[in-house]
Design a protein around this ligand. Sequence first.
Ligand code: FES
Length: 161
Amino acid sequence: MLVDDLRMELTPEELSRRKLLGLVGSGCLAVFLAGSGAAIGQFMWPNVLFEEPSKVPLLRPEDVASGALTTFARHKVFLARAPGGFFAFTSVCTHLGCVTNYDQALGKILCPCHGSQFDLSGRVLGGPAPRPLPRLELTLEKGVLVADTRKFVEPDWVFKV
Ligand code: FES
């Protein structure tokens, strides 16, 4: 058999079948390439968790009210004035992690989940919370008190300005 014998004229039916198979093959190739490209792209992209910065600017020392807490709900931080300084602590309950609320009328911090109560320095007054609300490290940057939500200090620590 000669190669020229293979070069036969195609009937219109054979031609359309060939076109159909060509289209299906091209489609499969396109899907394969798109999937491979996506997998390679995902591999090349850094697998990084973008978190908010841990340092939270709060208030200027002269703007902190005395005898009351200032709540920074977005950052889950309470700020208070103490004799000779300031302290900040997290509003995340030490029982199971609910966010507590400052009840100014009662003068307490209340956890809405299981009823733990804390005083205005974060000490446990009642309920299932096993520990006080953790105090956060405070610094003064450009005249503003800054709390670091990942650095905890002793329960009676006060930042003296
Ligand atoms: S989470 Fe606050 S009392 Fe349970």
